[in-house]
Design a binder for this molecule. Sequence first.
Ligand SMILES: [Zn+2]
Length: 271
Amino acid sequence: MGSCGSNDILFICSMGHSGSTFLELLLTRDSCLEGLGEVGQTIEQLTINKKYLKSHICSCGQTGKDCEFWGPFLSRTSSEKEFYKEVTNKFNKMYSDKTLVDGSKQLVFLEKYNNYLESPKDIKVLFLVRDFRSWVVSEMNNRKRKGRKKQIYPWLAYKWLISNVQRLRYLKKNNIPFHIVSYERVVFELEEQLNAIYTFLELEENNRESYDLKSSNSHNIMGNRMRFDTKKREKISYDNHWFSDLRNLALAPILLPVYIFNSYIYKETKI
Ligand SMILES: [Zn+2]
């Protein structure tokens, strides 16, 4: 075991818009953790549309084309399986005993490590959940901003429930070591929650001094806009738009199962 512990991969499993880019940037301030952003989605793009990635700005500050990690892959043609091998091999060469932080979120991308790599990796999962009241309002705003079809509040609330329960069941059923992370608790109880994550990772924290997300070690070219927005990376902030939204209250009786799971997440992550 090196000084950086024995984890190969730390996979962030969550729904979209749950704070995975934030969590990756937060954790990769640590010199033992190195982020590659949404590995699964990036490799998918490498196999279908490299052009799209060339001009994307990576969290390291370079465009995809000039990024030290992803740049060389953009001029190569390989199958998805080969890319998985090449990416993990390059990571091991460049960052030897560090843990690869993968923010791909979806279970299908978690499965690819086992399907594609010959020697099984030691994978740990952070199961990240954002409060449904915050997630639904944010999802509605995102849909509006991107010109997508409007979806009603209870529909999205149940989508949140089903999707998160599916993830939790999968992790339990497959005996994957996982730790539940409440996005809200991380923002509001930062130190305590980070301690719990480090205990789960069996790792000593290497960067206590600063919570400046600009100092993160990460090559994230597909994540949330926060990855390249230096202002957003200056300090940890919380989007409180939902505080004044009363729809969850008006719909409370029909949202009971959603509330129960929401409360379960807070109870499980209480320190
Ligand atoms: Zn980069």
